[in-house]
Design a protein around this ligand. Structure first.
Ligand SMILES: Cc1ncc(COP(=O)(O)O)c(C=O)c1O
Length: 419
């Protein structure tokens, strides 16, 4: 384990501030957060000086399989014995084999893949595909949603991230998530795509009404628009199913997966789409290129991620741990009803909605004291996201619940002292 002195830790922080992000360092300092990432293993993150936190953010699903999962590392090591990035100019065995497996676990008739290296990149690809196929410009997404910071993804998210960068890609509109009447009103003959997270994370892990996605599907069919689902956080087992959308029994036209596909070690992402949309890319095979898209070692890693996902014991475990958290959340609500307004959960995609906007940031700070890394939802900062690795054990889950209990108590006391 890397255990360094306080002096070196300070040096690293200064270097980071000088050459990477002075603003981040100032922000962490003002929040009283003093953490430099060192060793990581399983569900744990360690500060370089040895302090240990359970990762209840998992980078939104990057660490679904825990940090440095040995099976994933072995797949990567093996791949590096024979492969490199590969070339986007030729047919690739590894991309073909991964695409076949992704098609097999995708809902309905989704069986084609555009590979990328970041989530935003494949959201961009999905929107380009929808515009190309329909010949229309319009993109509708949810107010307070998040799809990344690249060119086509950025205007689909909250304007706090795009305001300084205009003019943005035009013809985007926003509707309240979960409100089918608002979507109905906003859609017209210029709408190419409706782009939604299945359960928006940055909005605060908001579960839609049960019928919502079936209605979105119906509207898209009626109006000739493409339904794009962002499964960047909800996919790959997070919700106790392969994909978040599986519970709703709806098949989108395009579905985007990212974070967890990397196994936490090798960036790889994909926009998965229905055969019905293929003619456009068939006719224009070189119109969307990504040099590193679907890097071949990443393909091997992603195949291992899918092997693990397909083992029935894996989702069984996710659902068992979800039960442990559901029970624990009821107890927390009983004990901290003053501050904990609502708990939100689908599988191990969980959020604690609290009394006001002070609470999310306070919970994050409290987490560093109580051994939990948790981040608040950026577009509703009264919500703490609880997104642990899916391999979390029952004992580790119990530790998280005990810590949340102490953290909520501290937030209550702190709020009371401010009144
Ligand atoms: C729901 C969702 N979509 C898209 C993205 C963008 O992914 P990336 O940061 O890899 O570009 C993110 C990243 O946090 C996300 O949470």
């Amino acid at each position: 384990m890397s255990v360094i002195g306080q002096e070196s830790k300070q040096k690293i922080t200064e270097l980071f501030a000088r050459h990477v992000s002075s603003g981040k360092v100032e922000f962490f300092k003002s929040a009283g957060i003093d953490f430099v990432l060192g060793k990581r293993e399983g569900v744990f993150l360690y500060d370089v000086s040895g302090k240990r936190l359970i990762n209840c953010n998992s980078n939104g699903g990057v660490f679904n399989l825990g940090h440095r999962n040995p099976l994933v590392l072995a797949a990567l090591r093996e791949a590096l014995e024979e492969l490199d990035i590969g070339t986007h100019h030729t047919v690739s065995e590894h991309r073909a084999l991964l695409a076949e497996r992704l098609a097999a676990i995708s809902p309905g008739d989704i069986n084609r893949v555009i590979f990328g290296v970041s989530g935003g990149e494949v959201i961009d690809a999905a929107i380009k595909l929808a515009r190309g196929v329909t010949g229309r410009p319009g993109v509708l997404s949810a107010e307070g949603g998040y799809h990344g910071h690249t060119g086509y993804a950025l205007p689909a998210g909250h304007e706090q991230y795009s305001a300084p960068f205009g003019p943005l890609v035009p013809c985007y509109g926003h509707v309240p998530f979960g409100n089918i009447d608002a979507l109905d009103l906003a859609m017209d003959e210029s709408t190419a795509a409706v782009l939604l997270e299945t359960i928006p994370a940055t909005m605060g892990i908001v579960l839609p009404p049960e019928e919502y996605f079936a209605e979105v599907r119906r509207l898209c069919d009626e109006r000739g628009a493409i339904m794009i689902l962002d499964e960047v956080q909800t996919g790959l087992g997070r919700c106790g199913t392969y994909w978040g959308i599986d519970t709703y029994g709806v098949v989108p036209d395009i579905m985007v997966t990212a974070k967890g596909l990397s196994g936490g070690v090798y960036p790889i992402t994909a926009a998965l789409y229905s055969d019905r949309l293929n003619q456009f890319l068939h006719d224009n095979p070189f119109i969307h290129i990504s040099t590193f898209g679907g890097p071949e070692p990443g393909c091997r890693v992603a195949l291992k991620v899918i092997d693990i996902l397909e083992d029935p014991a894996f989702l069984h475990h996710v659902n068992e741990m979800a039960g442990v958290f559901a029970k624990g959340f009821e107890e927390l609500k009983g004990r901290h009803g003053d501050v904990l307004v609502e708990t939100r959960q689908r599988g191990l995609f969980m959020g604690l909605k609290m009394k006001n906007d002070m609470c999310g940031p306070l919970m994050t700070v409290a987490g560093f004291e109580h051994g939990i890394f948790t981040v608040y939802a950026n577009n509703d900062i009264s919500v703490s996201q609880i997104i642990p690795p899916l391999v979390i054990t029952e004992q580790e889950a119990a530790t998280v619940l005990e810590s949340l209990d102490a953290m909520l108590a501290w937030v209550e006391t702190t709020l009371a002292s401010m009144e």
